[in-house]
Write a protein that binds this ligand. Structure first.
Ligand SMILES: *Cc1c(COP(=O)(O)O)cnc(C)c1O
Length: 402
């Protein structure tokens, strides 16, 4: 395998993000293939015993087993790290494997975690159910409230964990403030950046220590495979995450890595076009519904903050109807083009009722505290012509009495 200039960080760091998304991390075999090769292999063979012994001793570079290294997976990790501006990246089988790995690899019984209350349902489950089971204390707060972060810090606080914009309330967290506060207390900030991706928001530029992803969403972009990623410093990756990942095995398969690698080549294009489409569709919907939650619109309470830390607001927004679940379901049932689906980041436009799907198992109390009401719908705007999406929403809202 020959590594291209895309693997030389002194070169890729000078490239602009769109170039990194297409070129970074590319290795080529002796065939000189244009498209990255798919190494669907679990193991490796060696010319002689000394070679494998040196690799296992850590004295020579080279692959030994795909739970530890795989060329296709390594290409994806290099590309994501370059996009993020991170020293290192490791990928996992799903976004939840990435979140679980990023948290459990660094936490022990007796530690304390502060987390944003508005979060992807399974992320909240980790904080509310998994971590306490292992003796890790957790506090959930309104992540938009800077004073709440300060007030929640304890001597044993080890991690801040949040997403921005948050699912599905579109809460925006002040990255510079919260990551700065973490740094000043020796706390590790872990930011779930799935909604924006590095194409639209790079939390490390605001002081984040660890950026974690569901790559299933906008990164992969076409609804094909599940994947996750964690970005951090090389030191943290080598000493904290890697021992956990190598021995517990939440690894991403080479095939899925290859699909995400190819998805990243169009990330910049998709993220920008879907953001533009989402703004156009949201402006229409805003005139028809009581509450619109889109960080790119001036009506969003944190619009200015969102625009300071994001290049564009992304493909996702939520809105709230007065007629509760019945009216929200009526809109879904009247759709003719947009699909009813709980996925996001896809190039197909999708509409979802969080209270009865993604956030159903949290229970009514946690939903109310988070602001996930019965009348809320969450929209992912894809790559269709926005005028067709507006026409579909126009007729569906009308049929639901709006
Ligand atoms: C989807 C999602 C996850 C979980 O990712 P999977 O790939 O589905 O495991 C985590 N966080 C956020 C913000 C998400 O949208």
């Amino acid at each position: 395998m020959k590594k291209t200039t895309g693997t030389d960080r002194s070169i890729t760091s000078k490239w602009r993000p769109a170039t990194r998304a297409v070129r970074a991390g590319t290795w080529r075999s002796e065939h000189g293939e244009t498209s990255e090769a798919l190494f669907l292999t679990s193991g490796y063979t060696y010319d002689d015993a000394a070679t494998v012994a040196a690799r296992f001793a850590g004295e020579a570079e080279g692959m030994t087993y795909s739970r530890l290294q795989n060329p296709t997976v390594a290409m994806l990790e290099e590309r994501i790290a370059a996009l993020e501006g991170a020293e290192a990246c490791r990928v996992q089988a799903t976004g939840m494997a990435a979140m679980t790995t990023a948290l459990l690899c660094q936490l022990s019984a007796g530690d304390h975690v502060v987390a944003g209350r508005a979060a992807f349902g399974s992320c909240r489950w980790l904080v509310d159910n998994l971590l306490p089971k292992f003796g890790i204390e957790t506090t959930v707060i309104d992540a938009c409230d800077n004073a709440a972060w300060e007030a929640a810090v304890r001597p044993n606080t080890k991690v801040f964990f949040f997403e921005t914009p948050a699912n599905p309330t579109m809460d925006v967290v002040d990255l510079a403030f919260v990551c700065g506060l973490a740094r000043s207390h020796g706390i590790t900030s872990v930011v779930d950046n799935a909604f924006a991706t590095a194409a639209l928001q790079r939390p490390m530029e605001f002081g984040a220590d660890v950026v974690a992803y569901s790559a299933t969403k906008l990164m992969e972009g076409q609804g094909r495979v599940l994947a996750g990623a964690v970005c951090a410093s090389k030191e943290w990756m080598d000493n904290v995450l890697l021992p956990f990942q190598r021995n517990t095995g939440p690894n991403l398969s080479p095939f899925n890595a290859w699909v995400v690698l190819k998805g990243l080549e169009t990330l910049d294009l998709r993220a920008r076009r879907q953001s533009e489409n989402a703004l156009e569709v949201a402006r229409f919907v805003e005139g028809r519904v009581p509450t619109m939650l889109h960080p790119g619109l001036p009506s969003h309470p944190q619009h200015n903050l969102a625009m300071r830390q994001m290049d564009a607001a992304g493909p996702i927004f939520s809105f709230v109807l007065d007629g509760g679940r019945a009216q929200a379901h009526a809109v879904l049932d009247a759709l003719q083009l947009i699909d009813i689906s709980n996925n996001i980041g896809d190039s197909k436009s999708l509409l979802c009722h969080p209270a009865s799907t993604t956030h159903a198992n949290l229970g009514e109390e946690a939903r109310a505290e988070m602001g996930v009401s019965e009348g809320m719908l969450r929209m992912n705007v894809g790559l269709e012509d926005p005028q067709d999406l507006i026409a579909d929403l126009d007729q569906a809202l009308a049929r639901a009495g709006l």
